[in-house]
Structures are given as C-alpha cells and as structure tokens.
Design a protein around this ligand. Sequence first.
Ligand code: ADP
Ligand code: GN1
Ligand code: MG
Length: 363
Amino acid sequence: MSMGYDAGAIALQFQIDGKFISATHYGSGHINDTYCAVFQQAGAPARFILQHVNCNIFKNPVALMENVQRVTAHLAAKVAGAPDGDRRVLQLISARDGQFWHVDAEGNYWRAYSMIEHASSFDAVESTEQAYQAAKAFGQFQKLCADLPAPRLHDTIPDFHHTPKRFLALEQAIAADAVGRAKLASREIEFALARKSITGVLLDANLTERVTHNDTKFNNVLLDDATGEGICVIDLDTVMPGLALYDFGDMVRTTTSPALEDEQDLSKVTMQFPMFEALVRGYLQSAGGFLTKAEKQMLAFSGKLITFEIGIRFLTDYLAGDTYFKVHREGHNLDRCRTQFKLVESIEAQEERMERLVESIEE
Ligand code: ADP
Ligand code: GN1
Ligand code: MG
C-alpha cells in the first residue's frame, strides 16, 4: 500500500539542496504513487515530484528509467533556449549515488522530478481551447521524438495497445470468473463481445511505427496557468514504439467527454463534437506535417478503438478482482468500464460526421 512509504526519507536520497519540509500525496493516477516534496531552499520553498514506480506493472524499472532519461534529454536539447524552455520538459533529478533512480530498502524504485510550477493538469476537459492545447502538445511531443537516436526504446509494457490481446485477456477473465463478478457485468460483457471485429483494425492497417507516448490522458499534459498553453507532456513511463493513433485515440477518450472517467451518471458521458474538432485541429497543427494519409483517415476510428480498449481493460480488471488499476470504491472498475462503453456508443453515433470533419480539415 502506498500509505506505508516514508516519502520524506526517500526524498533525502535525491540530490536536492536545502532542508526537507514535507511530502504529501499528489495527483490522481491509477498506477504509480506520486508525492509532492517541499524543501526550504535559500529562504524559499521549492517543490519536487517524487514517484514510486509500480514494479508489479513495470517489470523492468531500469529499462523504463533509461527510456525516460533518453527521451527527456532529447527533448531538453530541443527546447533549450526557447521561452520557458526549462518548463517544457520533465527534468529528472539524480539520486545521491548518481543514478536517475533510487532503490529503497524494500527494493522499491523511486525517481524525482523538478516541479513544473504555474501549470496544472485536469481530470476532465472544460473548454475547446484546453482540448486544442492538449492535442497540440501531444502532437509536438511525437514530432520532437521522431528523430530520437537509435537504439529503439524498450517496450516498458509489451503489447500495451495490442487490442486483440487485450480482448483475449478479457475472454479469459470471463471464462475464469475468478471472483464471481461476471453475472454482475453481463451487459458490459455482451457489449464487449459484440465488438470483437474492430479490435484488429489498427494493427492490420500497416501503419508506421513511431515513438509515441501511449498514455495521452488529458491529465498527462500540464497547461500553463497564465496562458493556457499545453506547456509540458508528463507521465513518460509508457513512451515507447507505438502508433501515432494510440495517442490520438486516447485524447479522444479522455478529452471529449465532460464527465470524469468514473462518473456514475452515464447521461453525462458524451462525445462532444466541438471538443473532437479542437483535438483534430490541435493535433494536426503540430503533427500534420509527418502523419500519413492512412493515419489521418483513421483519426476518428482510433478514438473509438482506444476508448473500447481501455473499457475492456477496466472490465477485465473488474472480473479479475481489481489487481491492476487502483480502486477507491466497490465496483470502481465497472463504473469506469461503463463510462468507456457509453463513450464508444456516443462515438459510434457520430463517427461518420467525425470522419467527414477530418476530411474537410484535410482539404
Ligand atoms: P501517474 O502515472 O500516477 O498518472 P503522473 O506522472 O501522471 O503519475 O503524475 C501524477 C500527477 O502529478 C499529474 O497528473 C500532475 O498533476 C502531477 N505531476 C507529475 N509530474 C509533475 C511535474 N514534474 N510538475 C508538476 N506536476 C506534476
Ligand atoms: C493508467 O497511470 P495513469 O493513471 O496515467 C494506465 C493507462 C490507462 C489509464 C486509464 C501504465 O494511466 O493505460 O489508459 O490508467 N497506465 C498504465 O485511466 O496501464
Ligand atoms: Mg498520469
């Protein structure tokens, strides 16, 4: 459990000057444990992000940190000299022993970043301008990563967006019914099984492999408090080879509905067309120059597929007894699955119009 960590003692293991003041839980991610650590430096408080990497999920934390180090160094070189350059990329802080991570007495892996101040992340989108800024920032991230020098990045989670394998895992969880919940999710199971045919479509399209973020949730980009600009892409654990559309699809999943991912009132979950339009415009603004025609043609479809994929992952975890995503209440993963499937339905109802919009912007 995350509560058990002495984050204050861990903070002292990093090369941070000054007097340690406090460390408190931070953020709302489903995987890692994040803390905000405060140090008194030259008479003023300075804040840092301290993170425990979940090694049940990330099996090779050293490879993961190597990816993060290579990507952040590559981006830092590109934004050096730009206005606010040091706020445009995550900056790792070395541990006292000189490595980019610290292993505690129990074998847990930790890392530290400078806090990017005067910027915020949001769990739900509030305006088309926010959607535009988020998509532009994630597109820019892909663009700047495109010439990352060899070797290929490590796959921190193999087959992370392999939707057919995610579907197979769901079928196995249904068959096993490990905690007897299948009967409580019969409608969701039926919904999922009826859509098996879409699972292989992106993989079968022979799209170009790129360096992608793979977890482009709206709360994984920081928006500048003063200007609203998407100033920094964060949460780099899943940066690895992937398809550009995994990233765009997850933007549609997390940045078109006004509702939270675990909203229980499903009437609030809907794919808002103006948000989709803002995402397309923002993403093409930064990524349009390198995307292929095939990729552009599947922007709307990717939103449906990735929303479906994360929905079946939540359903699988519900059926397996909540072993992967952090849950905070009974039925939490089922609630999350339901919002995703509601959003899939909303996309299905608007998919042709979404496709026509992309075509019209392309002309
Ligand atoms: P998780 O993998 O658990 O989602 P994140 O890396 O996304 O963890 O961090 C959780 C939250 O902490 C983010 O949503 C963001 O609000 C905040 N955060 C993380 N890193 C920074 C940073 N360097 N500067 C400012 N805020 C940050
Ligand atoms: C997890 O770490 P976080 O909360 O940003 C998950 C994503 C899911 C997302 C759903 C490594 O992201 O794949 O899309 O939850 N990350 C991992 O909210 O599995
Ligand atoms: Mg996150």
